[in-house]
Structure formats: structure tokens, C-alpha cells
Design a protein around this ligand. Structure first.
Ligand SMILES: [Zn+2]
Ligand SMILES: [Zn+2]
Length: 745
């Protein structure tokens, strides 16, 4: 048997090997193998079966090992890898590496433990004789005879104070049996065990949900590839629709991938999902997959899927590559989330890969969101995706009232710029008196965004990054949020020595302080990555908040997503302008998403919710659209604007980034390169730049960038790659292509 192997060693070419007879039964397309290559042993994946046309078979080397007894990249995955490599301009070996967890590539052993159980029954008087001659053996034998299930050997020996030799002697006599047992490592096993989670009962579906389930069910029954965009307002019960679709698929014998953004993968959601899934599909195991898994846990989950033992996986981005057998449904929740984009090679978008994978497998892909991305929305408008809408919140709860506060007026009235406007402060006091809860959002951690000298206007920047440093009052430091550089906060201006330093701009710490000052008897807590440095702190805080022990929760958008607190009736967005006025063509889309998500946190219980939005630009269209939760209106205006300037989804955007230590050299080569592209690819890609990146320096490395706009990504990437191979790049300039980049640099 001759096979073509794609090695994970930086070779684009397939190399051929002979499979020895003893390994032949295990070798198939997609199998992970070890092969000799340039005097070393390398991992590879069998890409094809059959001899090469142009090489004498007798000179081929042998495959050394087949790592797993089933294909590591079954069915559609090799083809998906080739597509990703061509589309995302990533070497095929980096794509395969992203697809296969490290523990799978290493072929790590399963974790096992040795157990002991009782063997044959005692003979007449045997135990008594043993007690006299070998008391340790007798102790162990008597203990095992009382146990119903095998016991972990190391634990039993330690507890009874018995040596391994004594155990061996018992095994020798046949009085004990030693076995090896596979240990399953389960992520979040503790969260399921501690009783904090109650399996939510299946809800009675409302009319909208029933219609949505019916539409998806029809698509599933018809079979074949399709994409359905499930657009449901916040609180409309999308999850319940996903669950029914999953149930349907499992009952038909198909496999399922369920993607959620990493941030949403809290033990809370995972526990609830798993409990529900295992309840609606008895006998099915649900594998959990995310970046915080230990390698062992990941390997076990992967193996359960690859061997067909489990048919459903819930996970973050990379779960899109899970080796699910007979894949028929891929669900992508919160499909608009930028977290689906990987920010290192291969720079893929998990949502788009999910659609492609469904296409290769002839499966159904369901994309869900309360605020669909402009890309998906445009596809639905064009009829490429089927659109299913949920317009009602479950139990007919009303969307919260959104109250916009003009901070210009507020500043004039109070003669100073307050953190909390009069309206927000009043609403907070009211809630506190009624024992209801408030969430305050501010999308910046720390105390203030920068330090400003009132005398000379100096602001302090990070010496390694061209970014203003953020003031943290808790430990009186200035910190760079990019590289982590920090220094003590100065008492005088570092430039002119003036003591008149101001701290403009709001951060979580300052909002926390203002809330605590406003409500002196209330318990105010803060959730941001700084406060979460301690393990499990997030979980504790959320549990206490749910239990009503915290009155006001202050946080970044970390807490805006997917959390459900029935007693929260007031949500304040302290500074809506932070996300709106960044130089990025997606700024308005992100702001709309943020406002809608934030508003969705209020009034999820029986009580009506209220949202207060503080802004200096209350007349901005995006504020007005989100105020009425008018997605269609927002999308129409946004798509029109994108069309006019040729931004995605009108065309695809490729970001070409250059990094290096020498800024002049970087600028020179970026210019030279741009001229070459302009000459060679004129008419096929439109060029913008080169310019300095928005953050021109990070960790002492300078950054320049170019954008390409194109209608045909795969072709543009191939042409750019061919040009890149021709161009003489200096060794110390690092460049990366980011296809469908999520931000402008
Ligand atoms: Zn100064
Ligand atoms: Zn820095």
C-alpha cells in the first residue's frame, strides 16, 4: 500500500510512503502517521492513497506508525484544510495544526489508572490463616471483599497502609484482581457536581419559536447544504430553538457541532446546555471544547468524537474542526461575534469556516444572533441564506425602555462632568430602595483613560507602544493595556513638573467609586479582567449577584453577554461614545451590537427593565436606531454606507501588516511593495495605503499596513502569494496577511 502524506513540517507538497503490511489495516485517508523525513521523524496526515506517477515505488520509505486507530482528519476535513489554506493565505501545515489539538498530534496516551477488586472467594479458614501469617494481605483482601466496585489501587494501598508487594502477593493467590481502567477527564465536572446548576426544564415554545423550529426541521428533513440565519431579538429564546434542532438531528442519527463565543463558555452555560442536551437526547454524550481545557481533557473529548462514541460537541471557535461523524448540523450562536476570528495564523473566522464545512458535508448551518453581522444579513437579503425571525421576547416580556442622556447638557447643568448623570443616579437610588439590581457598563477597565497635564497638555504614553497609558487607582499605577508595561502614577507632570494633573476619561474603577459614593449602604462590585485575576472570582461574583447579595455590578462588556439575571431592572451604559468614535468601518455596527446586548440584560424577569445611555452625541443615528431596537433600519443605513465606500460585505477586505524594529526601512519596503502590487494587480485588487498602523508601535516593534479590497479572495490571495515570493523582503520585516480582517489594524 502506497500513500501520499501531508507532513506537518512546512512542506506544501504531498510526499509518498509505503505502508508496511502490519499497519495497512489502520491506514486510511485522514489517518495521522509518523514518517521519516530528512533523518527525522515527522507527523503527517494521509492525504491520498495510491502510488505517485513519477517516482520509483521501490525507493519509497516506510510509514513508521499510525498514531490513532481511526482517522484524525475524517471525511471533509482534508478538503476544508486545503480551502482554508488557499482562502486565508496560510501554509497547509499551520491549518492542519490548528485543526488537530496538540495532544492528538502527539498521540498522547489515554490516562488510565490501576484498580483492584476482589478475586475468587476465600477458602475455608483461609482469611484467618492469612491474618496470622500476612496481616497486611489479610487487611487488603477483607477490604476488597466488601467493595461493590473496583477501587483505585494507589488510594486503597495508601489508606490501608499496605505495600505494593502485599497486593502483588494477593493477586498471585487469585484473591485480588488488578486491572487498568480508562479515566475520563471531563471539563467543568466540578460545576456539574456542586449542585449550583439546575437542569432547566424544556420550555413550552411560543408561536414564533414553534415556527422557527418547524422551518429548521423542514430544512433538516430535506437534507443537503443550506444556511439559515436565525435573527431573534434578545430574550426571544434562540437557545431553545437550537436545542430542538439538535434533538431532531440526533434523532435522525446525525452529528452536531454547536459553536458559542469563548466568553460565553462559562461553566454556567456549559452546564445548562449539557444537562439539557443529555435530557433531550438520552444516551448521548456531549463533548465540551474550549481553550481552557487541559490537553488530557481535550484528547479524551476528541477521541470520543472521532471514534463515534459521542456525536455532539459544544465549544468555542476551534470546535468547528471537531471530528464529528455524520455531521448534519452546525450551529453558530452569536454569529456576529469578533471572537470567532482567530488573531494568529491561520487567521480564520470560525463562523465562515462553519458555513464552508457544512457545505462540504452537505449539512445545515444555523447562524443565530440578536444583531446579525452585516455580512450574514446581506446574504439573507440576497436570498443566499434562509431567514428565520423571532420578533417576540419569550412570555411577551417587553423590550426595556431606553433613555438617552445628553452629557453635554448634563455637564453644563452640573458645572462639572459627572460620572453618573442625574437621571442615572435617580434611577439607581430607586432600584436600591426597591431591592432591585443595577448593572453599569463601561467599556474601559482601570480608573481613567489617561493622565493629562492641565498646564502643558502632556499626556503619558507607553514608551514601548504608541498608546496612552491608563490610570489604575487601586494601586496608583499607569499601565499600558497592550504590553502590560506599568509605572507609578506621577504626582507631578513628567514634562513640566506642574502638580496640576487631571485624569480624564472613565474606566471601571472610577465608575465603581462613583456608584459606591452614591449608594453608601449598597454593595457595589466590579467585574473586569483586572478584578478577575483571581481564579474562580468571576464565578463567585456572578453567583453572589444572582443570589441578590450584590446591589450594583460594574463591568466591561465581559458581563454584557449571555448572562441572565432576572432581578436586574436597570442597566446604565456610562459612556456610549467609547466604542462609537474609533476609526474603524465597523465602529457603528459594534456600537449597535453593544447597545442592543446591554439593553437585553435589563428586565429579563417579570419586571420591566430600563436602560440609561449616557452620550455626548445623542443624535448619532446608531443611538437612535438602537433606542428603538430597529435592526432593519440600522442595517439598511449601514449597508448603504458600506456600499458607497466599497467596504465589506460589498467587497472583501485583506489587511497586509508589516512589522519591524527599523521604522524607516519598514516604510521603504512597504512603499516598494505597494508600487509592485499596484503595477501587477491593477484592476483586480484595489489598494489603500501603505500607512502607519493605527497603533504605530507595539512593544518597540513598528507597524505599517496596506489594505486590499477585492471581490475574489482566493484568486487575490494566490496572486499576492506569487508576488510575495518574487519580492526581496529583508529578513527583519515580518509580514502577515489577514483575510476578512475584523478591524482596520
Ligand atoms: Zn505638564
Ligand atoms: Zn505598551
Amino acid at each position: 500500500m502506497i500513500v501520499g502524506v501531508q507532513t506537518l513540517a512546512g512542506f506544501e507538497k504531498t510526499l509518498h510512503y509505503r505502508v508496511p503490511e502490519r499497519l495497512a489495516p489502520l491506514a486510511q485517508t485522514g489517518s495521522l502517521v509518523r514518517v521519516p523525513l530528512l533523518n527525522r521523524t515527522r507527523l503527517g496526515v494521509i492525504a491520498s492513497i495510491g502510488a505517485p506517477a513519477d517516482f520509483p515505488v521501490s525507493r519509497l520509505k516506510h510509514v513508521l506508525e499510525v498514531v490513532h486507530p481511526f482517522p484524525a482528519m475524517p471525511g471533509d476535513l482534508p478538503e476544508l484544510a486545503r480551502w482554508m489554506s488557499a482562502y486565508y493565505a496560510a501554509p497547509i501545515d499551520t491549518v492542519i495544526e490548528a485543526m488537530l489539538p496538540a495532544s492528538v498530534r502527539k498521540g498522547a496516551r489515554l490516562k488510565t489508572e490501576r484498580t483492584l477488586r476482589a478475586g475468587r472467594p476465600f477458602l475455608q479458614g483461609e482469611l484467618e490463616r492469612l491474618e496470622k501469617r500476612a496481616p497486611a494481605q489479610a487487611r487488603l483482601a477483607a477490604f476488597l471483599a466488601r467493595q461493590l466496585v473496583p477501587q483505585k489501587k494507589s488510594l486503597v494501598l495508601a489508606r490501608l497502609g499496605v505495600s505494593a508487594a502485599a497486593a502483588d502477593a494477593l493477586v498471585e493467590k487469585g484473591l485480588a484482581v488488578e486491572e487498568e481502567r480508562r479515566v475520563e477527564r471531563t471539563a467543568y465536572a466540578d460545576a456539574l457536581a456542586d449542585g449550583e446548576l439546575v437542569a432547566a426544564q424544556p420550555h413550552v415554545l411560543n408561536e414564533g419559536q414553534r415556527a422557527a423550529v418547524e422551518a429548521i426541521r423542514r430544512r433538516l428533513a430535506a437534507g443537503g447544504f443550506g444556511v439559515t440565519l436565525l435573527h431573534g431579538v434578545t430574550g426571544s429564546g434562540k437557545t431553545e430553538v437550537y436545542l430542538r434542532a439538535i434533538q431532531e438531528t440526533l434523532e435522525r442519527g446525525g452529528g452536531v457541532i454547536f459553536l458559542v463565543p469563548e466568553v460565553a463558555l462559562t461553566p454556567q452555560t456549559v452546564g445548562r446546555l449539557r444537562a439539557r442536551l443529555e435530557a433531550i437526547a438520552p444516551g448521548h454524550r456531549c463533548v465540551v471544547w474550549h481553550s481552557h481545557l487541559g490537553e488530557g481533557e481535550r484528547l479524551d473529548g476528541w477521541r470520543a468524537l472521532a471514534s463515534g462514541e459521542a456525536k455532539i460537541v459544544v465549544g468555542a471557535r476551534s470546535a468547528v474542526f471537531a471530528p464529528v461523524s455524520d455531521l448534519r448540523l452546525v450551529v453558530v450562536d452569536e454569529e456576529h461575534e469578533p471572537a470567532y476570528k482567530q488573531d494568529e495564523t491561520p487567521r480564520y473566522n470560525g463562523r465562515d469556516v462553519a458555513v464552508m464545512r457544512a457545505k462540504l458535508r452537505g449539512a445545515l448551518c444555523v447562524l443565530g444572533s440578536a444583531t446579525p453581522s452585516m455580512e450574514s444579513h446581506a446574504n439573507a437579503l440576497a436570498g443566499k441564506y434562509a431567514l428565520v425571525e423571532l420578533r417576540e421576547r419569550i412570555d411577551n416580556r417587553r423590550l426595556p425602555l431606553i433613555h438617552v442622556v445628553d452629557m453635554r447638557v448634563e455637564a453644563a447643568r452640573q458645572r462639572t462632568l459627572p460620572v453618573l448623570s442625574g437621571d442615572l443616579a435617580r434611577a439607581m437610588r430607586e432600584r436600591f430602595e426597591k431591592k432591585e439590581q443595577t448593572i453599569l457598563f463601561i467599556n474601559r477597565r482601570g480608573y481613567s483613560s489617561s493622565m493629562l497635564c492641565r498646564k502643558c497638555g502632556h499626556t503619558e504614553e507607553c514608551p514601548h507602544c504608541s498608546l496612552k497609558m491608563t490610570y489604575h487607582r487601586t494601586d496608583e499605577t499607569l499601565r499600558c493595556h497592550l504590553c502590560g508595561h506599568q509605572r507609578g502614577a506621577p504626582l507631578r507632570c513628567p514634562k513640566c513638573g506642574s502638580p496640576e494633573i487631571r485624569w480624564p476619561g472613565l474606566g471601571t474603577q472610577r465608575v465603581e467609586e462613583a456608584a459606591a459614593r452614591l449608594l453608601r449602604d449598597a454593595r457595589v462590585e466590579r467585574i473586569d479582567t483586572d478584578a478577575m485575576a483571581r481564579k474562580n472570582r468571576l464565578r463567585e461574583l456572578l453567583a453572589e449577584f444572582r443570589a441578590g447579595k450584590i446591589d450594583v455590578l460594574v463591568g466591561t462588556q465581559m458581563i454584557a453577554k449571555g448572562l441572565d439575571f432576572p432581578n436586574v431592572t436597570l442597566v446604565g451604559l456610562v459612556d456610549a461614545d467609547i466604542s462609537m468614535h474609533v476609526p474603524d468601518f465597523r465602529a457603528r455596527e459594534r456600537t449597535f451590537q453593544l447597545l442592543v446586548q446591554v439593553a437585553g440584560r435589563a428586565g429579563r424577569g417579570d419586571r420591566a427593565g430600563e436602560v440609561v445611555v449616557q452620550t455626548f452625541t445623542p443624535s448619532e443615528e446608531v443611538i437612535q436606531f438602537s433606542r428603538h431596537a430597529d435592526f432593519a433600519g440600522f442595517a439598511a443605513s449601514e449597508l448603504e454606507w458600506r456600499r458607497r465606500f466599497g467596504y465589506p460585505p460589498q467587497r472583501h477586505l485583506i489587511l497586509h501588516a508589516f512589522r519591524g524594529k527599523n521604522p524607516d526601512k519598514l516604510a521603504f519596503f512597504a512603499e516598494q511593495w505597494a508600487r509592485l502590487v499596484e503595477r501587477e494587480l491593477a484592476g483586480r485588487v484595489e489598494l489603500r495605503g501603505p500607512v502607519e498602523a493605527p497603533i504605530a508601535k507595539i512593544e518597540d516593534t513598528y507597524r505599517w499596513q496596506l489594505w486590499y479590497f477585492t471581490n475574489t479572495v482566493t484568486r487575490a490571495v494566490a496572486e499576492l502569494n506569487a508576488l510575495r515570493a518574487r519580492f526581496q523582503w529583508p529578513d527583519d520585516v515580518i509580514q502577515t496577511l489577514d483575510v476578512d480582517a475584523m478591524s482596520l489594524g
